[in-house]
Write a protein that binds this ligand. Sequence first.
Ligand code: BEZ
Length: 221
Amino acid sequence: MEDINETEKQFTSMPRIGDKAPDFEAVTTKGQIKFSDFAKDKWVVMFSHPADFTPVCTTEMSGFAERKGEFDALNTELLGLSIDSIHAHLGWVQNVKENTGVYFDFPIIADLDMKVSKLYGMLQPNESETAAVRAVFFIDPKKKIRLVMYYPLNVGRNMDEILRALEALQTSDAHQVAMPLDWKKGDKVIVPPPKTLDELNDRMNDESLEKVDWYLAKKNI
Ligand code: BEZ
């Protein structure tokens, strides 16, 4: 019984929204990193893929590579991970570059001992005991986890949604507002609901707001 609990525990570390991102050291395609020293003052989008040299993963990693400029523009570093050796990573990066011209120009962790995968709940044993699921962690410059996505092995992620969510988080922080359904850059944003009667009166008199009712008002930023 003791053993079963211990096994379960090592797979169930699951960082949640608002948690400090767990620190680790790892070997990557760009050399050794210590996460707490990585991408100082920047956002990090850390993502796992199940395995090198597999079709869905190749499309996803190519998607990250092709849109890296958009992550750069959002002050964000990419950090990939799979439970593969550094040699497999290097071979795959080179193979995709030769076949398609797309170059994975961001560090990819070689997590052969599964240390980082377990720390971040990327190893979900009822899906696979040996391959990481498709996880995405959005981590802010204070190394706080702000959004988490998990996808199964057989469904690729949506790069537009990853970029949209990142921009929504950053815009929400910058303007102290919330983002409505399907928000994208240029759309109106939600003004947080009033907390006092004075704030409520101000809101009702504010002609610049688009109001559905006192608790749902939008504005341009
Ligand atoms: C893929 O990337 O195609 C893949 C990887 C692991 C399991 C299933 C699909």
